[in-house]
Design a protein around this ligand. Structure first.
Ligand code: IMP
Ligand code: MG
Length: 369
């Protein structure tokens, strides 16, 4: 992923794929033009990279020149095309091939046709590397198209967003979801996960998704997914990951404009971690970090026994049950620690100290994401 000015872009078309498309255009044009010596005209600024690569591949003699038009403001095409540099040579009787980086609305192309109206060229051929059929609203024939693309804003290979991105050899697409901070919060029982999650969601304006709460909500409200989950639980079976993922997906979609999410209680396995990655990718987003509160076993046992005295939770009253829960946590999270460490996304945070101190430590990690 890359950031240009205020916007995020994700990889879309590789330099390799572009090269193949350019070669295809070269082959088609070279074959059709035979021994005619064409004048290739690039439309500046965007086409400089295409023209350079194109003419290097062109197998026969040719001439190259440029005109400079401007229509785009930010990420939107405008009707108002400015001629910044016009034609500087007589093209009477010549075969002219326009080399465009991209044809979007076709406004620029219309201006190109206007420019050539009185030039008496032998033929005017239009070739464009990228073409957005859904955006094109003109009738001019496009003789050669390198690649049709969806109606999304792209940068790279000559194309810019407010001046940046032209230098990139690959093409990137504007992310439909702008940047979110998504955290998987981990911690053994008694680590203070719930307390910290509450602080973090306030501080960073994140949505806290506790899988346990999501389950209880769906079952209580008898949603389709809740009933499905319950049917497995009633049989004493584990709820399939897909059901849980579908529930989480609904939560994420309910909060589509969020700054990000704190996932709590999920994932628990590699397969779930992968599924969560896919879910976020589908939302044009990502998991940024697994943040794990690290607390010594003896401290945890002490804290939980103390909580058991007042909470009435039976699983907090028995020391051997507590120790077993802690052990289970480490067995389970060890795998996930590896999963996220491999992507440089694991952050262990010392969970011993005052609530405020721990919040500060967590914030130090999150501020860097
Ligand atoms: P049109 O006039 O709407 O067809 O747009 C043509 C010009 O707009 C191109 O030559 C580019 O300079 C610019 N443009 C169109 N789509 C994009 C895009 O997705 N990214 C960057 N520039 C674009
Ligand atoms: Mg252009």
């Amino acid at each position: 992923m890359i950031k240009l000015h205020d916007l995020y872009f994700k990889p879309f078309i590789s330099a390799q794929e572009i090269d193949t498309a350019v070669q295809k255009m070269v082959d088609g044009i070279a074959e059709d033009l035979g021994d005619e010596v064409p004048v290739f005209i690039g439309i500046l600024n965007g086409s400089f990279m295409l023209v350079s690569d194109f003419v290097k591949k062109y197998p026969k003699p040719c001439e190259v020149t440029f005109i400079k038009l401007a229509s785009y403001e930010g990420v939107k095409s405008t009707e108002d095309i400015q001629r910044l540099i016009g034609l500087t040579q007589d093209l009477t009787g010549r075969t002219v091939v326009i080399l465009e980086d991209i044809i979007d609305s076709g406004n620029t192309l219309e201006e190109v046709h206007r420019i050539f109206e009185n030039e008496n060229v032998k033929q005017l051929i239009i070739a464009t590397l990228f073409y957005k059929p859904e955006a094109y609203n003109k009738d001019f024939k496009l003789h050669y198209v390198g690649m049709e693309i969806p109606n999304k804003f792209i940068v790279g290979y000559g194309l810019d967003y407010d001046g940046l991105g032209r230098d990139l050899p690959d093409v990137y697409q504007l992310k439909t979801t702008q940047h979110m901070t998504n955290i998987v919060l981990f911690g053994p029982p008694g680590a203070g996960k719930g307390t910290q999650a509450n602080f973090l969601k306030e501080k960073y304006d994140l949505i806290h998704i506790s899988t346990g709460d999501v389950f209880r909500f769906n079952i209580k409200n008898e949603t389709a997914l809740g009933m499905l989950a319950k049917s497995f639980m009633d049989k004493g079976e584990l709820v399939p990951d897909q059901v849980t993922i579908d529930m989480l997906n609904k939560e994420v979609e309910k909060n589509a404009g969020a700054n990000g999410f704190i996932f709590d209680g999920f994932p628990r396995t590699n397969a779930q971690a992968k599924a969560l990655d896919e879910l976020m990718e589908g939302k044009d987003s990502q998991i940024d970090a697994m943040v794990a509160l690290e607390v010594d076993d003896e401290v945890l046992v002490g804290r939980l026994l103390k909580r058991g005295e007042t909470s009435g939770r039976t699983d907090d009253a028995d020391e051997s049950i507590i120790r077993n829960r802690i052990k289970q946590y480490y067995t389970k999270t060890a795998i996930l620690k590896d999963y996220y460490s491999d992507q440089n996304k694991y952050f262990g945070v010392d969970g011993v100290g005052s609530v405020e101190d721990i919040t500060v430590r967590l914030s130090t990690v999150i501020d860097k994401l």
